[in-house]
Design a protein around this ligand. Structure first.
Ligand code: GTR
Length: 340
């Protein structure tokens, strides 16, 4: 087993290291690190389906162990950006972390696969592919980086929104400043459409939109609503360019301290929280969509999504480079074709 080291975390920041120290020390000082309560974090607030799913996992663990194992969640991004909290997790300052795949893209190339533009035909296609051994292979690829991949959660389709105009064709993206998560893959996708990509954490997006630092961003209906981005960026265009999942990871340093029986319990509880999350997710997308439409935002469908897919296609060639990646991409495409 390799020991997680800074060398394995490209782009590791001084701030991340400081945070890691603070988290390990601070949380330890509260006496929590000594116990069996797993500390978890999420950028979304309580009530968001990812947070509720991890709460459900904690409930299952507690029920099966008579309270010996449980989960405490720091929700709402209170411990920092996903990139920062991932660093803390690798160093063992946090036990669990629910993040999007995007901040893992620079750490492990296999995580770029589900984030490739126009790879999944639908959310259902994504679920089927990641429920198979393809998903297990991607989760397992995180272990050499100090993280144990436990399960994937839904994140729906990502769409562009901006303060200026509806996006109907790739040409409409030209010159727009679009926020992306901290991932080179996302930067490349935006550039492929002739727009400017600005990586920043999701917590900064609302202010950046209001102050005109950026013209827009891209995300699913629930995040567009929950971050109040719709108040500043009224044009929401249904490009559905990415259907990448969320992922729940555990710190390998904490995992290594668990006995085999507890590891099985943790894996099972995580997997069992997935169908629960999917139910909440479908409802949340429908509710967010209805509320946003009622709020008067301007939504447009895309007549020719193939034009976006073609413009973004060079990104595949750039990021799918190894034999293992090609094999997984082909298997995912095949599952989509079978489904018709
Ligand atoms: C959301 C996702 C978050 C975060 C965010 C982003 O859809 O749930 O974990 O990655 O997107 O764009 O940063």
């Amino acid at each position: 087993m390799r020991t997680p080291a800074t060398a394995e975390m490209p782009g590791i920041s001084r701030r991340g290291l400081l945070l890691a120290g603070a988290a390990a020390g601070g949380l330890g000082a509260c006496g929590l690190r000594a116990g069996r309560e797993f500390l978890s974090t999420d950028t979304h607030p309580r009530g968001y389906p990812t947070v509720s799913a991890v709460e459900e996992m904690g409930r299952i663990l507690s029920e099966r162990t008579n309270g010996r194992l449980d989960i405490k969640i720091y929700a709402g991004g209170q411990l920092g950006s996903e990139q920062d909290t991932l660093e803390i997790t690798v160093f063992g300052g946090l036990d669990l972390n629910r993040v999007n795949l995007a901040p893992l893209n620079s750490i492990e190339p296999l995580t770029t696969i589900p984030a490739l533009p126009f790879l999944f035909r639908s959310n259902e296609h994504m679920r089927r592919a990641l429920d198979s051994e393809i998903g297990e292979e991607i989760l397992a690829s995180l272990e050499p980086h100090g993280l144990i991949g436990l399960c994937f959660y839904d994140s729906g389709d990502r769409n562009f929104y901006n303060t200026r105009r509806p996006i109907r064709t790739p040409e409409d993206m030209r010159g727009l400043k679009i926020r992306v998560p901290n991932s080179d893959l996302y930067v490349s996708m935006i550039r492929a459409l002739g727009a400017d990509a600005t990586p920043m954490s999701i917590a900064e997006v609302y202010q950046a939109l209001v102050q005109g630092v950026i013209d827009g961003a891209e995300n699913n209906w629930p995040s567009y609503e929950s971050g109040r981005h719709f108040e500043a960026a009224r044009f929401y265009s249904l490009t559905q360019h990415v259907i990448a999942p969320e992922v729940l990871v555990m710190s390998k340093s904490r995992w290594d301290k668990l006995d085999e029986a507890d590891r099985i319990l943790v894996r099972e509880a995580a997997k069992e929280s997935v169908p629960y999350m999917r139910g909440l997710w479908d409802q949340r997308v429908a509710d967010a969509r209805a509320r946003l439409l009622a709020s008067g935002i301007e939504v447009n469908e895309i007549e020719d999504t193939a034009a976006f897919a073609a413009a973004m296609r060079p990104v595949w060639e750039r990021y799918v480079v190894t034999g293992q990646q090609r094999r997984l991409v082909d298997a995912i495409v095949e599952i989509g074709e079978e489904a018709g």
